[in-house]
Design a protein around this ligand. Structure first.
Ligand code: ASP
Length: 300
C-alpha cells in the first residue's frame, strides 16, 4: 500500500493573524508523521509522532498551551485507535502529562483496558516510563489572560460554543504500507469547562475511531453535539456502506449542523487511501500527504 497521512489542528473561525501559526503547526506534524510512514513505520507510530508535534506546539488546544478549565488548570483528553485490531487507548482529565497521546498509545499497546482517567491515568503513565510534570508547566500566560477575560465578561458572552470561539483540538489519521489505518485525537477541551468535564475527543467513536473495515476518523469542534451523534463512528459506518470518504465527511458536517446545531470538522481516511476532509466552521487547519501529493489548507 502507498501510505497516506492526514492531520488537523482544529476547526473554528481562525483569525487571519493566527493562520500562519496553524499552517506551520500542521505542516510540522505532517513531516514528523510522514518520516515514520516513509521508513515503513506503522500508522500508529506515525499518528503518535504527528500528534506529539501538535501537542508540543502552543498554537493548539492540546498539551502545553491548552485552554484552562474553570479552576485555571489544564485538563487533557486523548485517544488513539488501531484499525487492524480495534484496540484503543484513551486518557481523560489528566493534569500532569505533557503528551497525553503517548499515554494513550501505551494503554493501547500494553493494557487490557481501553481507558484510564485522572490520577489513575497518570499513575499508569508513570509506571510505563512516561514522566509526569507539574500542571503549571502546561499553563501559558496567553491562556491565563484568555480565561480571565472570559470569566470577567462571561455574562456578555452567552454563547461559549459559537464557532468563533477557538476549537484547536488536534488529530491525525494514517494508512501504512501494510494496509492498516489508525486514528488519534488530543485536546485540552473547551475554555472554562467544569473540572472533570470530558469532551468528545477521547471518546471512542465520537472524536476518534478506526477500523480497517470502514475508516479512520478524527473530529474537532464543539464536543457535546459531536458526542451525541457518535460522529466518528457514524462516519466510518457510512464509508463501510460504500460511500466515498469525501462525501461522507461533508455529510457528517451537515448532519452535525442539522440534527444538533453543532459545528466542527472531520478528517476521514479508509484502507484504500481515500480521504475526506470537511468542516462547517469558517476555517480548519489541515494537511495531507500521499506518495504523489502534499497539500495543506485552512479555508473551506
Ligand atoms: N472537541 C473538543 C472538546 O469539546 C474541543 C475542540 O475540538 O477544540 O473537548
Amino acid at each position: 500500500m502507498n501510505p497516506v497521512l492526514v492531520v488537523h489542528g482544529g476547526a473554528w473561525a481562525i483569525p487571519d493573524d493566527m493562520v500562519e501559526a496553524h499552517l506551520n503547526g500542521v505542516r510540522n506534524a505532517l513531516a514528523a508523521g510522514w518520516k515514520v510512514l516513509e521508513g515503513n513505520g506503522s500508522a500508529l507510530d506515525a499518528i503518535e509522532e504527528a500528534v506529539v508535534v501538535l501537542e508540543n506546539d502552543e498554537t493548539f488546544d492540546a498539551g502545553r498551551g491548552s485552554f484552562l478549565n474553570r479552576d485555571g488548570k489544564v485538563q487533557l483528553d486523548a485517544f488513539m485507535m488501531d484499525g487492524s485490531t480495534l484496540r484503543g487507548g484513551g486518557v481523560g482529565c489528566v493534569e500532569r502529562l505533557r503528551n497525553p497521546i503517548r499515554a494513550a498509545r501505551k494503554i493501547l499497546s500494553d493494557s487490557p483496558h481501553v481507558y484510564f482517567v485522572g490520577e489513575g491515568a497518570e499513575r499508569f503513565a508513570e509506571e510505563h516510563g512516561i514522566p509526569l510534570c507539574d500542571n503549571k508547566e502546561l499553563i501559558i500566560p496567553r491562556e491565563i489572560a484568555r480565561l480571565r477575560e472570559y470569566q470577567t465578561h462571561a455574562a456578555e458572552q452567552p454563547d461559549l460554543f459559537a464557532p468563533t470561539i477557538s476549537h484547536d483540538t488536534v488529530g491525525a489519521v494514517a494508512l501504512d504500507s501494510t494496509g492498516n489505518i489508525a486514528a488519534a485525537t488530543s485536546t485540552g477541551g473547551t475554555l472554562n469547562k467544569a473540572p472533570g468535564r470530558l469532551g468528545d475527543s477521547s471518546l471512542i467513536g465520537c472524536g476518534c475511531y478506526a477500523d480497517n473495515g470502514s475508516a479512520a476518523a478524527s473530529t474537532t469542534g464543539w464536543g457535546e453535539p459531536i458526542m451525541k451523534l457518535v460522529l466518528a463512528k457514524w462516519s466510518a459506518d457510512r464509508v463501510a456502506a460504500g460511500n466515498q470518504p469525501e462525501w461522507v465527511a461533508q455529510e457528517a458536517m451537515n448532519y452535525l449542523k442539522q440534527r444538533v446545531n453543532g459545528h466542527g470538522g472531520i478528517i476521514l481516511l479508509d484502507a484504500r487511501g481515500r480521504i475526506g476532509i470537511a468542516h462547517n466552521t469558517p476555517r480548519m487547519a489541515w494537511a495531507l500527504k500521499t506518495s504523489s501529493r502534499e497539500d495543506l489548507g485552512i479555508e473551506r
